[in-house]
Every structure is written in structure tokens, then in C-alpha cells.
Design a protein. Structure first.
Length: 415
């Protein structure tokens, strides 16, 4: 039996025990895992350094290495995410609807665990903890398949989780990780009907599309992040600069960072040159349309291929537009329905943008970097869903539940 199928079978059996664990038992386990991660930070960082060394040897870009890297502060942040999950209300058992039928039947609709969730993700080892924590809190088991870039980090993190769960009421087998990083293990997970109840991909566009196009198990699609910020004609310059810089350079390797800056022509005429210099001071490579290059001659030429690229790096497209309508059209053509922002003092333009942009998260006068489960108060997230069924946006605890109808009668039969 393959590693994937064996571990899926073990986790599936554990999911039945997870479904009857109490909120108190789940919270206690999450808090113990958080403490253990901090306590074992040195061994986790040592494993992470093995991954970083391989990445440097393989020529991995600095932005992706940053995405991969762990230190004590990041591990404490990951642990804090688990503590926040523990502090959140448990959605399992929540009554969503209650009906009293004329024939005397009582019908209750409530949240229940999904069962066994498969997570396929790439370089970020924090996803290992987030996925495990959210799955355990919602009474699910999880089968993890991380990328080869974080192989050592993920293995050590799951070891810590297993060691900790062994001393709790939760089954340690509820968290499983596939150690084989080959493409074949992904392909096998996508066909585990009868074992996996749902699979969630987290990563780049090619990974997500492979899962969406080839899975026979249900998929919750998370999206690539080609995110835009539109600076309107009347935007307050200091605010616009602060938001645009944060959206690009605060952490460019993540999916909610800005890839294209759209600038109203009137604003560009007064402020684009200074804004471009601010990006250059932060080592951001600029690629611009011909109108941009007339103001910022040192920018490289941008075309449709650039506008359709998720860089996850210190590279930014700039396009000057005639107004809101052109900005909206550009976002419709190149956006990935992830996160979009308008910076404006016009309430009318702000409301049009918020209402007309088709994206999971739409911002007025705030950075797209806030599209994150931690920032939304969910403690952590399983991913950012850009689909429109079941869950959309940062997926916290309710997104990892299904529903069940419980019907109580007194001997009724259907005539």
C-alpha cells in the first residue's frame, strides 16, 4: 500500500474519533501544541535551516526563501495563531436552523465536521500548523502534503504535534503528513474518493489549476493573488503612498500583496514620480505602461504578460488609467478575484468600486495585506478561497464544517 493511501486510511479512522471530541478537549490540545512549538523552537529552526540551505543551493529567490524561513518570532506568531483558534467559538454543533413542521416533526440543521481534509500546499511551513490547528478545532482529521522546499521543517513540526497529541484526549493519528514530495503523491491524493472528503490546494496558479482540473474528490479552490491598488484622482497623497508601499513591500512573497498599481492620470501627473522613487528606494523593480514610462523613464516596459503574472517578489506593474471605469475593466481582465483596493476621498467612487469589483475581499483606503485569517480575527486560515460556493475569502473555522439535519418525531410516517 502506498504512503498516501496508508496515511489517509489512518487519518480517516481518526476522524471518527475527532468528531466526538468536546470543545474543551480540542482547546486543551491546541494550547498544548502552541506551547510545545515554542518550547521546541530550536529544533524546528534547525530543521528549517536544512530547507533554507537546500533552497540556497538550488537558487531559490530571496522572496521565496523569506517565505520559507522560520525564526523564534515567527514560531511564536504561529503558536499565537493556535491560541487564538482555541479562544474562538467552536462552530461544531452550532444550530443554524430549527423548523417545527405541521405534522409534529422537529428539524434541526447544525454544523458538523467535514471528516478528513486533504491540504496540498507549497513552501510555507506555517501552513502545516494552521491547517492542523483549524482542522482539529473543527473536529476534523487532516492529511497534509507540503512542498519539497519545506520538507524538513514540516516533518519536525508534525513530530512535535504527534508528541503533544499523545498526551491529550485527541487521537495523534488525526494529523498525517505525506513525506514523499513527488508529483505522484499529489495525483494520488486527488483520487482518494471514499477516504478524503475534500481537498484544498494552497500555492501558485499551476498547483491550484492541477488540483481543480484533475481531482475527483471535492475541491475548495483557493486563488492565486494578482491584486491591484487603484489610486483615484483625489486620493490623499500620504495615505496613498503608505497603502501602496505596504501592499507591495511589507511581505511581497504572499498572495495578498499588490502586483499592479493602477493610477488615475490626474494623480499620476502630480505624484507618480515621487511614488516611483519611494519604490526604487525599497529595491522594487517597476514595469510600466507607455504613459508611466513618460513619467518614470527608468521603469521597464509592461505588457499583458506582466499584468497576468503573480510575481511574489519585489516587482511591480504600474498602469496609468483615465479613471475608475478603466481601472475596473483592467481588474476584470487581469484580477484573480482575490483582493482589490481603491484609495479615494470620493464616497461615490468608493461605493462603486466596493460594489462592482468581483473579488473575495475589496478595500477602501486600506492595504490588501489584511486579507488574512489572523487579521480578520479567525486566528489562522486554511487558505483564501476565490470561489463562490461554500466558502469565500479567508477560510476560518466555519468553512471547515458541513451541515447535518437532525429530525425528531413521535412515530410519524409519510402518507
Amino acid at each position: 500500500m502506498s504512503e498516501v493511501k496508508q496515511k489517509a486510511g489512518i487519518a480517516k479512522a481518526a476522524s471518527r474519533q475527532m468528531a466526538i471530541c468536546t470543545t474543551e478537549q480540542k482547546n486543551e490540545a491546541l494550547l498544548k501544541i502552541a506551547d510545545a512549538l515554542v518550547r521546541e523552537a530550536a529544533s524546528i529552526i534547525a530543521a528549517n535551516e536544512e530547507d533554507l540551505a537546500r533552497g540556497r543551493d538550488n537558487g531559490t529567490s530571496p522572496s521565496l526563501l523569506d517565505r520559507l524561513a522560520l525564526n523564534e518570532a515567527r514560531i511564536e506568531g504561529i503558536a499565537e495563531g493556535l491560541r487564538q483558534i482555541a479562544a474562538l467559538p467552536d462552530p461544531v454543533g452550532e444550530q443554524l436552523e430549527r423548523l417545527e413542521r405541521p405534522n409534529g416533526l422537529t428539524i434541526v440543521k447544525q454544523r458538523v465536521p467535514i471528516g478528513l481534509i486533504g491540504i496540498i500546499y507549497e513552501a510555507r511551513p506555517n501552513v502545516t500548523v494552521d491547517a492542523a490547528g483549524l482542522s482539529l478545532k473543527t473536529g476534523n482529521a487532516v492529511l497534509l502534503r507540503g512542498g519539497s522546499a519545506a520538507l524538513s521543517s514540516n516533518a519536525r513540526i508534525v513530530e512535535v504535534i504527534h508528541e503533544t497529541l499523545a498526551g491529550t484526549a485527541l487521537p495523534a493519528d488525526a494529523v498525517q503528513i505525506v513525506n514523499d514530495p513527488s508529483r505522484a503523491t499529489v495525483d494520488e491524493m486527488l483520487k482518494l474518493n471514499g477516504l478524503l472528503d475534500v481537498v484544498i490546494p494552497r500555492g501558485g496558479a499551476s498547483l491550484i489549476q492541477n488540483v481543480v482540473q484533475n481531482a475527483t474528490v471535492p475541491v475548495i479552490e483557493t486563488g492565486a493573488g494578482i491584486c491591484h491598488t487603484f489610486i483615484d484622482a483625489d486620493a490623499e497623497a500620504e495615505m496613498a503612498t503608505r497603502i501602496a508601499l505596504n501592499a507591495k513591500v511589507q511581505r511581497p512573497s504572499v498572495c495578498n500583496s499588490m502586483e499592479t498599481l493602477l493610477v488615475h492620470e490626474a494623480y499620476a501627473a502630480q505624484h507618480l514620480a515621487a511614488l516611483a522613487e519611494a519604490f526604487r528606494e525599497r529595491n522594487v523593480e517597476l514595469r510600466g505602461c507607455s504613459r508611466t514610462k513618460a513619467i518614470v523613464p527608468w521603469a521597464n516596459q509592461a505588457g499583458d504578460a506582466d499584468y497576468a503574472t503573480e510575481y511574489n517578489d519585489y516587482i511591480l506593474n504600474i498602469k496609468i488609467v483615465n479613471g475608475l471605469d478603466e481601472a475596473l475593466e483592467h481588474i476584470r481582465q487581469f484580477g484573480t478575484m482575490h483582493s482589490e483596493c481603491i484609495v479615494t476621498r470620493s464616497e461615490g467612487n468608493a461605493q462603486r468600486f466596493l460594489n462592482e469589483v468581483d473579488a473575495a475581499a475589496v478595500y477602501h483606503n486600506a492595504s490588501t495585506r489584511f486579507t488574512d485569517g489572523f487579521e480578520f480575527g479567525y486566528g489562522a486560515e486554511i487558505g483564501i478561497s476565490t470561489q463562490k460556493l461554500h466558502a469565500r475569502g479567508p477560510m476560518g473555522l466555519p468553512a471547515l464544517t458541513s451541515t447535518k439535519y437532525k429530525i425528531t418525531g413521535e412515530g410519524q410516517i409519510r402518507e
